[in-house]
Every structure is written in C-alpha cells, then in structure tokens.
Design a protein around this ligand. Structure first.
Ligand code: HEC
Length: 129
C-alpha cells in the first residue's frame, strides 16, 4: 500500500517526466550522493520528515502494547513520554534494530523492522522530550 502511495507521490512531483527521457535512471546509476539523498527523501512518502512516519509506526508495530506515551498505551514497559531526553537518536535506532545488542538481557523483544522504519521510529522517539 505504501508503495502505491510512493508512486503517486512521484507522479505528482513530476519525476516521471524526467525518467521518460531516461535521464533519471542515468542520474541514479551515476551514483551521485546528492541523487541518492533526493531519491530517499522522495521515496519515503509525501512528508519527508521521519517524525510523523515514526508516530504511525509506533501504532503499526504495536509498541503501545507494552509502552505508554502520555496517557496512551500499556504500562508494562518503561514509559516513553520523555525518552528523547534520555537517549540519542542513534542509540534509539540501534536499540530498535536489536535491543539485546545494546543491553544484554534486555527484556524487549527484537521486533521485525527494517532500517528505514527504525530510523523513522528513532526520529519520533528522539522528539519526545
Ligand atoms: C513485548 C513488549 C514490548 C514491545 C512490543 C515493545 N517494547 Fe520497548 N521495551 C520493552 C521492555 C520490557 C523494555 C525494557 C527493556 C529493559 O530495559 O530490559 C523496553 C524498552 C524500550 C526502550 C528503552 C526505554 C528506556 O527508558 O530505557 C525503548 C526506546 C523502546 N522500548 C521502544 C519501543 C518501540 C519503539 C517499540 C515498537 C517498535 C517497542 N519498544 C515495542 C517491551 C516492549
């Protein structure tokens, strides 16, 4: 579903005009770092800010099944309302990818998520202060 959104976004932004001429592909394969950054910003949805995406993921991934943010959630794991003032975004991202690697014996399970999702979630959590 998200893939369809992305394609719609591309079309709205007129990037298909560029790709028609084959330039977009050549530009991408050229491997310029700037091109990749623009691509990443475009590919991850209408809103280029990872924070709203992370907020959605917090629901989609069922984090609230163990955690609370404000009054919402289940208080069996630490409250995350101010977790952004406790850890850096980089630590949070690493934690989400594999809690036990950050803290041996951690009681949070390793959830299935890709790096992009962990990045968005970490950005969202880091914004909670
Ligand atoms: C099955 C329950 C469970 C789920 C689901 C879960 N967590 Fe946790 N989480 C925990 C527990 C338990 C801890 C405490 C781990 C420890 O310190 O041993 C924890 C710790 C954390 C911490 C560190 C908190 C602190 O103050 O040290 C963060 C950040 C966190 N979880 C984020 C998330 C996010 C984001 C999700 C959803 C992707 C999530 N958790 C899903 C159980 C869960």
């Amino acid at each position: 579903m998200r893939g369809i959104d992305r394609m719609a976004t591309w079309r709205r932004r007129g990037i298909d005009t560029v790709s028609e001429s084959g330039q977009f592909l050549g530009w991408m394969l050229g491997g310029a770092a700037a091109a990749l950054i623009v691509f990443a910003a475009t590919a991850f949805g209408q809103d280029t800010s990872p924070v709203p995406a992370g907020k959605r993921l917090f629901n989609d991934q069922g984090c609230y099944g163990c955690h609370t943010i404000g009054k919402v959630g289940t208080p069996i794991a630490p409250d995350l309302s101010t977790v952004g003032s406790k850890y850096s975004e980089a630590y949070l991202r690493a934690w989400l990818m594999d809690p036990k690697k950050q803290k041996p014996g951690a009681h949070m399970p390793k959830l299935s998520m890709n790096e992009a999702e962990a990045r968005s979630l970490a950005a969202y959590l880091a914004s909670l202060r």
